[in-house]
Design a protein around this ligand. Structure first.
Ligand SMILES: Nc1ncnc2c1ncn2[C@@H]1O[C@H](COP(=O)(O)OP(=O)(O)OP(=O)(O)O)[C@@H](O)[C@H]1O
Ligand SMILES: [Mg+2]
Length: 362
């Protein structure tokens, strides 16, 4: 379904793989744990060589979906295809899938170097090749100096990097990663994100990457699959999802936005704050306008809202101004570079161009 959606920029056209060439096809996969629905029937395709992130809040079903793909969890219904073949019932070890999980499960009795070399040894690679590839993998995760240590002698973040190196070292066709950078500090995290992108480009592996961090998803992905309450909310390139959210959940989970709620009447959205012109994409009934901070400008214009400044947030490259509207909504705008922020408590007006907003159903 996502193939027709959202304007068609990016991965869909770039990779251009027809439906039949999907590396992974998840077809109506569902999973319950007793009364808990971990996955409603979900369907998703991951193309060969694509880096797809599964993004969503805690408990939305991300790990469950990954466990079904690798075979650790048996779904209640639905089917999983790898390279077009039904693999729903194939045992874990027969799927050519590498895993980096939330709990990175290293072998405690093997050193860091031996842990990373293990998948190669298992596959009978010659000792010289194992040495060489382990050294390269250690350098990639910046742990060359710790090759002789045991996992218990490492910090959580270091263990996580070993797990990452151990997965990439034998170059499986599909790599599944569940929050692989969760234990790392921001600087190391950003370094590893770039390394993962590089490895992805160089190896051509198909990667399914779970995260609850929207910035990480935007930075890494060819496409993002956004999940919420055991369902897929939206699938698309980072640009599509950011610029064309289809629900208020997507609009608020990815990036920041101002949401103006109301009811569609003719060519306007009627809200407690006034009537606003509708952008393209007509809807009927209850709906909201989504306006990104970079599309809201101070002063009156085509569509104007008024509020009282409640906060300014300085983030280095930009400053954001938060102001409260009469209906309790908080609006957010990006101040032009160099402009001094109005003081807290000041009344302000802001406007946007009609087509810069996105209309979503409520
Ligand atoms: N083995 C299990 N037994 C019972 N319930 C489970 C089990 N595994 C997962 N669940 C439940 O299924 C739902 C989805 O869990 P899942 O682990 O897939 O979420 P998640 O999106 O990975 O969350 P997080 O970001 O916190 O890791 C949750 O409500 C969770 O409590
Ligand atoms: Mg999880």
């Amino acid at each position: 379904m996502e193939r027709q959606s959202g304007g068609g920029l990016g991965a869909v056209q770039r990779l251009g793989a027809p439906l039949s060439q999907a590396k992974l096809r998840i077809d109506g996969i569902a999973k319950r744990y007793g009364p808990v629905v971990a996955l409603e029937p979900v369907s998703l395709e991951v193309r060969t060589g694509e880096l797809m992130t599964i993004l969503g809040p805690s408990g939305s079903g991300k790990t469950t979906l990954l466990q079904v793909i690798c075979g650790l969890v048996e779904p209640d219904g639905g089917r999983l295809f790898i390279d077009g073949h039904d693999r729903t019932a194939m045992p874990v070890h027969q799927r050519d899938i590498g895993l980096v999980f939330q709990n990175y499960a290293l072998f405690p009795h093997l050193t860091v170097g031996e842990n990373i070399g293990f998948p190669l040894k298992m596959r009978g690679r010659p000792a010289a090749e194992v040495r060489e590839r382990v050294a390269a993998a250690l350098a990639m995760v910046q742990l060359g100096h710790l090759a002789a240590r045991f996992p218990r002698e490492l910090s959580g973040g270091q263990q996580q990097r070993v797990a990452l190196a151990r997965c990439f070292v034998y170059q499986p066709a599909i790599i599944l990663m569940d929050e692989p950078l969760g234990a790392l500090d921001r600087q190391l995290r950003e370094h590893m994100q770039i390394e993962i992108k590089k490895l992805h480009r160089e190896t051509g592996a198909t990667i399914v990457y779970v995260t609850h961090d929207q910035e990480e998803a935007l930075a890494l992905s060819d496409r993002i699959c956004l999940m919420n309450h055991a369902r897929i909310e939206q699938v698309g390139t980072p640009q599509e999802i950011y610029a064309h959210p289809r629900t208020t959940f997507t609009a608020s989970f990815i990036g920041t936005s101002t949401l103006l709620r109301g009811v569609v009447e003719g060519d306007a959205l009627v809200t407690p704050l006034g009537r606003f012109a509708l952008p393209e994409g007509r809807l009927a009934g209850a709906a909201a306008l989504v306006i990104r901070p970079e599309h809201l400008r101070l002063g009156a214009g085509e569509n104007t809202i008024e509020g009282v400044v409640s906060e300014t947030v300085y983030a280095g490259a930009e400053t954001r101004l938060l102001f409260d509207l009469a209906d309790g909504t908080t609006a957010v705008l990006r101040l032009p570079t160099g402009m001094a922020a109005p003081e807290i408590g000041t009344a302000v007006q802001a406007h946007w161009a009609t087509d810069a907003a996105v209309l979503v159903p409520l």
